[in-house]
Design a binder for this molecule. Structure first.
Ligand code: GLC
Length: 735
């Protein structure tokens, strides 16, 4: 299969190179033919900054800038490039627009919790409208790193642990950013990152080594990159990590054999920040010059901030270590993108535009809806929520009125002045007693706790906002302990002593270990940093104007020691079977025998706190057992699964119905479950609806023992449920 893929990809590339060149390719060839080697290398050089780069831009030594978002400053640098450099090649302006530009949406992990690709695409489109109005035409998003370890701070930026959800969200973002036509002035080139396997960092420690087999890459980590590449993603970013000793930025198999030859992708490859130069620290490059040689020969087109390309590539070409053919390949990819974005025709940004589009009411409304749908109801004892009868409530906790923290990580250009906090929004709905209790999430000062408890006793109910400051998740912010920081858990316990209904709202960048906090509250809403409009969204949910529909995009652990833990795991030869002996049950001086003989922990047992896909509603739903149109199918058939979903509660509500499949026996072991479809179904109280999932049998294919991508006939099971741990299995056979 691999050889066949390479042949196919090569044929595609040859065919493309022989095909009559389109208008853009002709323009690229013509411009390239006039460029000196120095000018070519200048295009491959990306630098962070604005006005201070004017002189280098005028010399044609900068192909792209990042981290400048001031329209006039961008125009100044652009003017130098377009009107002073010999060939007038415009500069590509880039920024990390990860979950909004000015209007900040929930962090990507929260957007994944919506299981709503449409709202994610809308958010990306709005992000592009606001960012391009400031002159940004390239974003370093979507981050597609499958992540199974919440100790890794960058789980905040991705779509969680499941490859299928990752694909749906990644494709939605690429479509939203790029729109229908890259030459549209509101189109922003997407950048699928970090290629590849960055989320598998050992120990959840950022930048750490990864050991991922080719089969795991192909079955778990590649799918979202392949799908977004096929969806037209314009660029790709290499990852910091090394896989089995090979840094991605120097990995020719990844960047040429797979990306170009197998997938036939013709976009532009940029390194991560100095990830070329970091190959020296990896021990893969002798020096910066060697790293530039390796990166270019591996297939990198543009160098973000190592300065290696601009300093050494001319020497490397003269020494024959890098061919000018490789340079031309890279520069073609860069120029093609600039032509496609229309930068040659329209290099400048209208400096009056951003004031007209930033924070537009419809943008804020979309951000609020995304925040509503991203919130996950984890517990609701005695149906305490919604607080629709309470009049006076205590609002407390360090995240109740934290406009900056609420935006979450990678929200550079969101302005906290526009954030509406839960405190502000709840004051519109209730008589609020406001007692912060703690000033920030790491605060250990309990001196005001007595006052908080007294205030709780005066209220009808208490709402405690806890979680993480924005800086505690994101890049280089790994944690070994996932409990609430500071005295937050004690604050919850203190409020509970007042004996009133207690609602806890967690705003965080990752799944925290909150089991002990669940014991001290009646209800818990989990809101992955909800962004600018998180306050009104949470107030509507607390009041009952909206009903929670979010589902967990990552497994929630009892203890960080369980990581990595994910639902789509292999079964092992000794799966947990409920007979396990737990720590407190071990007799003193127990004989030296195995206690459970299965794969579990003596102290935390086996299961997670909450499974992938889990989330409650104010209503309740019942699933009838799914009925298959056919139970025996061929590889070219479509599996049709019909099931009736009923809203058995008293609220109009939306359920995210999920379809999971298990391939019981394979030439390599297969996960115990894999998400293959999901659908948001809105039902009135008492309403039921028959829903159909259609799944081409071809989507059960995987990379097998022979490294062939195919469906292996055999027995399968499927489940339709509201999370990955529920539902009754239905058998089917593929012949
Ligand atoms: C960072 C991140 C990457 C980001 C880039 C530019 O180090 O790893 O995700 O896009 O640098 O800011």
């Amino acid at each position: 299969m691999k050889i066949r893929n390479i042949i196919l990809g090569t044929v595609m590339l040859i065919a493309a190179s022989c095909a009559p060149k389109n208008e853009t390719e002709r323009k690229v060839d013509e411009l390239l033919s006039r460029m000196t080697l120095r000018e070519k290398v200048g295009q491959m050089n990306q630098l962070s900054g604005g006005a201070w780069l004017v002189d280098q831009a005028a010399r044609g030594e900068v192909g792209s800038i990042l981290n400048c978002v001031d329209p006039s400053e961008i125009n100044a640098v652009q003017k130098a490039a377009v009107e002073q450099s010999r060939l007038g090649i415009p500069i590509l302006v880039s920024r990390d627009v990860i979950h909004g530009f000015r209007t900040i949406f929930p962090i990507p992990l929260g957007q994944a919790a919506t299981f709503d690709p449409a709202i994610v695409e809308q958010g990306a489109r709005i992000s592009a409208i606001e960012a391009t109005a400031s002159g940004v035409r390239w974003t370093f998003s979507p981050m597609l790193d499958v992540a199974r370890d919440p100790r890794w701070g960058r789980v905040a930026e991705g779509s969680g642990e499941d490859p299928y959800l990752d694909v749906q969200m990644g494709v939605a973002m690429v479509k939203g950013y790029q729109g229908a036509d890259l030459s549209d002035p509101t189109a922003m080139a997407a950048c699928i990152k970090h290629f590849v396997g960055y989320g598998a960092a050992e120990g959840g420690r950022d930048y750490n080594s990864t050991m991922i087999s080719e089969r795991s890459l192909r079955n778990t980590y590649f799918p979202a990159f392949k799908a977004t590449a096929e969806a037209g993603a314009a660029t790709l970013m290499t990852s910091f990590n090394e896989i089995d000793g090979i840094p991605s930025t120097g990995n020719r198999w990844l960047l040429k054999d797979v990306l170009r030859d197998e997938w036939g992708w013709d976009g532009m490859v940029v390194t991560d920040w100095n990830s070329a130069g970091e190959m020296i620290a990896h021990g893969f490059s002798r020096d910066l010059k060697h790293s530039a040689e390796q990166a270019i020969n591996a297939g990198v087109d543009m160098d973000m901030m190592s300065y290696g390309f601009i300093q050494y590539v001319e020497e490397l070409v003269k020494e024959g270590k890098v061919s000018e053919k490789e340079i031309d390949r890279a520069v073609r990819n860069i120029l093609k993108l600039k032509f496609e974005l229309g930068l040659f025709e329209n290099p400048y940004v209208d400096e009056t535009l951003s004031a007209k589009v930033d924070y537009a009411p419809e943008h804020l409304a979309a951000a609020k809806q995304a925040a509503v749908e991203s919130a996950i109801l984890l517990q609701n004892r005695n149906n305490v929520l919604p607080l629709d009868k309470a009049r006076t409530i205590l609002v407390t906790g360090p995240l109740a009125d934290a406009p900056y923290e609420q935006m979450g990580t990678w929200a550079f250009d969101g302005q906290k002045e526009y954030t509406v906090t839960p405190l502000a929004a709840l004051r519109e709905e209730y008589d609020v007693i406001w007692e912060p209790g703690l000033e920030y999430s790491r605060d250990k000062d309990k001196s005001s706790f007595a006052r908080v408890r007294a205030a709780a006793s005066r209220a009808d109910a208490a709402v405690v906002f806890v979680g993480e400051e924005a800086i505690l998740s994101g890049e280089a912010h790994s944690l070994s302990d996932l409990n609430l920081q500071g005295a937050q858990s004690e604050l919850i316990a203190e409020v509970a002593k007042a004996g009133k209904p207690v609602v806890v709202v967690v705003m965080a960048g990752r799944p925290l270990t909150i089991e002990r906090d669940l014991a001290n509250c009646d209800a818990m809403l989990y809101s992955f940093h909800p962004g600018t409009m998180g306050g009104p969204a949470l107030a509507d949910l607390i009041k009952g104007k909206a009903v929670p529909s979010g589902k967990l995009p990552m497994t929630f652990l009892r203890d960080a020691g369980q990581a990595p833990f994910y639902y789509n795991h292999n079964n092992t030869g000794r799966p947990c079977n409920g007979t396990e002996t737990l720590l407190e049950d071990i007799p003193v001086a127990a004989g030296q025998t195995s206690l459970g003989c299965t794969s579990y922990y003596l102290d935390t047992g086996y299961g997670p706190l909450f499974p992938f896909g889990y989330g409650l509603s104010y209503s309740s739903f019942e699933y009838d057992k799914p009925v298959l149109e056919k139970n025996v199918l061929g590889c070219d058939d479509v599996l049709r699964v019909n099931f009736t979903l009923r809203n058995t509660g008293k609220y109009e509500a939306t359920e995210v119905a999920q379809l999971y499949v298990q391939d019981l026996v394979g030439s390599v072991v297969r996960p115990v479950k894999e998400l293959k479809r999901f659908q948001r179904v809105s039902l009135a109280p008492g309403e039921s609806r028959t829903v159909t999932f259609e799944l081409p049998v071809g989507e059960l294919a995987f990379w097998n023992i022979d490294m062939k991508y195919l469906v292996e006939p055999g027995d399968f099971r499927l489940w339709v449920a509201g999370d990955s741990a529920s539902g009754d299995a239905v058998e089917f056979v593929v012949e």
